[in-house]
Write a protein that binds this ligand. Structure first.
Ligand code: GZL
Length: 334
């Protein structure tokens, strides 16, 4: 009798333990996905391969992606490729092995993606391109491309310079601090700027080197330009604010006044650029919006719920000349 009672007590204890474990699991899922029963579906798993951590823009972009994933209850596997395209290929292959629901990435450079994207397609995993674009003939390899129009950003920079120098017949020598060689923003910003200045024979790009979108490298190449061209430089065109800020340091150390002796225009419109404009050291920044996380997560959810996606989603952007800096600086989110 005593043995039977003991056995019964053990059975009751075990079943209580199991039911509370199951309850806590359901409770946990409910917490992560809302309370209605329909939400007790598996979480969407998104694998994202990021360019790196090379600039203030990139930091804001990564924060936007992570915050939006949390907001939407999407499980984010986030990998930093440290500006090496070969690392991004490895990242994408690891997402395929893990059988994520969607793969997204900002391709460091435009070319070389077809092979690995074909592997993702074979595995039945849809791919979203975000930020930088790719050069491919096979558009079936990705669902949509969310990002800026870099050529238009370059045109805006060129138009500002034309308006700035107006009708003067002065010779205007420009040195160009290019972004990462072979990347979509570098190619677009280079081509858009040249398309516009081509109309004015007084404006010439006399030197152009890549600073990889990094402040330290922007300073390094500006030092080189100053050594060989010195006071023959009237304008710096930097493909991003970080390199422009590095160039400002180099110009000051050389003994000239950035923003006055040498005009500077760059792209991104990060907070530090507004501070430099308020200090009179930068003359204009063209906006390139990094806050693309919400648009990415919306595309992921649309994809998973079977809603059609446009092949291209362009981010709207403006331009901020120095005279707008005081007023606009307080509004900046990145
Ligand atoms: C543009 C982005 C560029 C930024 C840089 O969308 O890919 O990369 O302009 C960043 O600041 O490094």
């Amino acid at each position: 009798m005593r043995r039977a009672l003991k056995l019964l007590a053990v059975l009751v204890l075990v079943s209580t333990l199991f039911s509370s474990a199951a309850c806590s699991k359901v409770k946990e899922m409910k917490e992560t996905q809302g309370s209605s029963p329909k939400n007790l579906q598996k979480k969407i798993v998104l694998g994202f391969s990021q360019v790196g951590a090379e600039s203030d823009w990139r930091t804001a972009n990564s924060e936007s992606i992570k915050a939006a994933a949390r907001e939407e209850g999407i499980e984010l596997l986030f990998l930093n490729a440290q500006q090496k395209p070969e690392n991004q290929v490895k990242d994408i292959r690891s997402f395929i092995v893990q059988q994520v629901d969607v793969i997204a990435f900002s391709p460091i450079v435009e070319s070389g993606w077809d092979t690995v994207l074909k592997e993702a397609k074979l595995a039945g995993i849809p791919v979203i391109i975000m930020d930088r674009g790719i050069d491919t003939k096979d558009e079936s390899l990705y669902e949509t491309y969310i990002g800026s129009d870099f050529t238009e950003e370059g045109r805006k920079a060129g138009k500002w310079l034309l308006e700035k120098i107006g009708k003067s017949n002065e010779k205007v020598n420009v040195v160009e601090l290019q972004g990462t060689f072979g990347s979509a923003p570098t190619n677009g910003r280079r081509d858009g700027f040249q398309e516009i200045i081509r109309g004015n024979p007084n404006i010439r790009i006399i030197r152009s080197l890549t600073g990889d979108f990094m402040r330290s490298k922007g300073k390094e190449i500006m030092e080189k330009f100053l050594k060989v061209e010195g006071d023959q430089i009237q304008v710096v065109y930097a493909h991003n604010d970080d390199m422009a800020l590095g160039a400002i340091e180099a110009i000051e150390e050389y003994g000239l006044r950035p923003g006055k002796d040498i005009k500077i225009i760059s792209i991104d419109a990060v907070k530090a650029a507004f501070e430099a404009m308020k200090a009179g050291k930068l003359n204009c920044t063209v906006e390139c919006n990094p806050l693309q996380g919400p648009a990415l997560m919306k595309a992921v959810k649309d994809l998973m719920e079977g809603r059609p996606l446009p092949k291209r989603i362009v981010i709207d952007e403006g331009i901020f000349p120095e005279e707008t800096a005081e007023k606009e600086a307080v509004n900046r989110k990145y």
